[in-house]
Design a protein around this ligand. Structure first.
Ligand SMILES: *Cc1c(COP(=O)(O)O)cnc(C)c1O
Length: 334
């Protein structure tokens, strides 16, 4: 398994044939709240509501017609189903029995077959391995698949083409494909731009694997689905170890607060994972003060239950009011 910037360059025409560049906007009220110039990269605007569409598209374009088997509880499943539909090739997604019914329905709506089995994603993975073995379909690991990283890398190519002078890009991490791809692209085209990864402190497997230099498993208790992994993945970890500037942890509650702030100050509905990068800016204000930073709004697939937890509260107003005073900032979110 290997992955380099050349793979991202090769993926660019494939991605742009099917997906227009996503918008990246800066919002004065948000900038004031954070104390930095923040560029929000809107991957929530992808057809499946998450950046993973890019990876699945690149994978399916490189091996069309073969059929894929994968395992996932969320956006990876939807992305594989969407891209398989686009290339008219069979896709089977194995999910744990307790999987969110709305996500199951979304995957089925793209024409993929869903198999519900076992209690955990690890059980689903074991079943998928066995199924791929029996059918000859390609087993697609959500983390250890170079074509996925190459497709996802086009996101960072877009960002750094638009804003080559960025000081930092903050990337939410589950398996680490996004952060690994970001770090490789930044090193190639904008070496002074730091790539900083962020994960939930309630599911720190990728963070701890990176810090310790060895793949590890950790409790996986975050509410934030896109960041919920219980183990480190080999390929992204190898890359992150070489190229990542830093890796930070934020709490689930601070992620929810960042979701509210994106809604109030950037008229953006993010799922938790899509707000984690902003949560890192809020958690480490000194580190980002006065700098120019891109945050990846990686997805917008918030479930109704998740949305219900985001009812307005005073915290957003506090943040917005902090730097600018109520006259400028506070009224915007009232
Ligand atoms: C998968 C996902 C992530 C994490 O990406 P990895 O490449 O697995 O680290 C972040 N945000 C959203 C919305 C996701 O779906």
């Amino acid at each position: 398994m290997s992955f380099s910037y050349a793979d991202v360059r090769a993926a660019v025409p494939t991605i742009s044939r099917h997906l227009p560049p996503t918008p990246m906007w800066s919002y004065p009220v948000l900038n004031a709240a954070v104390g930095a110039t923040v560029h929000v990269k809107h991957e929530n605007a992808q057809p499946v509501g998450a950046f993973k569409a890019r990876g699945a598209l690149n994978l399916l374009a490189s091996t069309p017609g073969r059929g894929a088997v994968t395992y996932s509880t969320g956006n990876h499943a939807q992305s594989m189903a969407w891209a398989s539909h686009l290339f008219d090739t069979p896709c089977t997604v194995v999910m744990p029995e307790g999987a969110n019914p709305a996500k199951v329905a979304a995957v089925q709506a793209w024409g993929a077959t869903v198999i519900l089995t076992g209690a955990t994603l690890a059980d689903a993975e074991a079943h998928a391995v066995d199924l791929a073995d029996r059918t000859g379909h390609r087993l697609v690991s959500p983390g250890d698949t170079p074509e996925l990283l190459a497709g996802v890398g086009t996101l960072y190519q877009e960002i750094l083409t638009a804003r080559p002078g960025l000081d930092a890009i903050v990337v939410p991490v589950g398996s680490g494909t996004g952060a690994a791809a970001a770090a490789v692209v930044a090193e190639a085209v904008a070496p002074r731009c730091e790539v900083i990864a962020v994960q939930s402190s309630a599911s720190p497997a990728a963070h701890d694997s990176w810090r310790s230099g060895a793949l590890c498993t950790r409790p996986n208790k975050t509410r934030v689905e896109g960041l919920a992994t219980g183990r480190g993945y080999d390929l992204p970890q190898q890359i992150m170890r070489k190229h990542l500037a830093d890796f930070v942890l934020v709490s689930d509650d601070s992620i929810a607060e960042a979701q509210r702030l994106l809604a109030a100050a950037a008229h953006t509905l993010a799922e938790g994972a899509g707000a984690a990068a902003l949560a890192a800016l809020l958690a480490f204000p000194d580190r980002f003060a006065g700098r120019e930073v891109a945050v990846i709004c990686s997805g917008g697939n918030a479930s109704p239950t998740e949305l219900a937890t985001l009812s307005p509260d005073a915290q957003v107003a506090d943040h917005v009011a902090k730097d600018r005073g109520p006259a400028e900032g506070g009224q915007q979110v009232a």
